[in-house]
Design a protein. Structure first.
Length: 139
């Protein structure tokens, strides 16, 4: 069995964004040489997320609005976590909702997706470098 590991680094300008990282994961898959197996894609920071959905700007906008209603950034002092000097309690909650990681089957050297599925990185506390782990195992 083959095993492959790579870290993808992102520096999102601004507090929040959604980024399609499927091309980078496909490049990792190509580099790995795995034809049948699994890929794990994991946000390595507790204020970021990796999830699967459609890469459509209206949906991204709707996610942003929905998440802000569920866990608004302000007032910052409404969160106990922020009393430690942080201002990102809402980002932790947004990550919890959107998820930490995805696992995708690899079939015949391709990500085995349904229609419109893409791997997306969600940033909820940006303006600093963060990483995503890609781990591929298989034959």
């Amino acid at each position: 069995m083959k095993s492959y590991r790579k870290e993808l680094w992102f520096d999102i300008k601004g507090r929040r964004a959604f980024l399609n990282i499927t091309p980078q994961v496909n490049e990792c898959l190509r580099e790995s040489g795995v034809r049948e197996g699994l890929v794990l894609v994991n946000a390595m920071h507790i204020t970021a997320s990796v999830f699967i959905n459609d890469d459509e700007s209206g949906l991204h906008h709707d996610y942003g609005q929905w998440l802000e209603r569920l866990a608004p950034h302000e007032p910052v002092d409404a969160y106990w976590h922020n009393r430690t000097g942080e201002d990102n309690a809402d980002a932790h909650m947004k990550r919890q909702i959107m998820g930490r990681e995805v696992v995708v089957a690899i079939t015949r050297g391709q990500l085995d997706f349904g229609p419109w599925e893409q791997i997306l990185y969600g940033e909820f506390d940006g303006n600093r470098r963060k990483r995503v782990l890609v781990k591929i195992i298989g034959e």
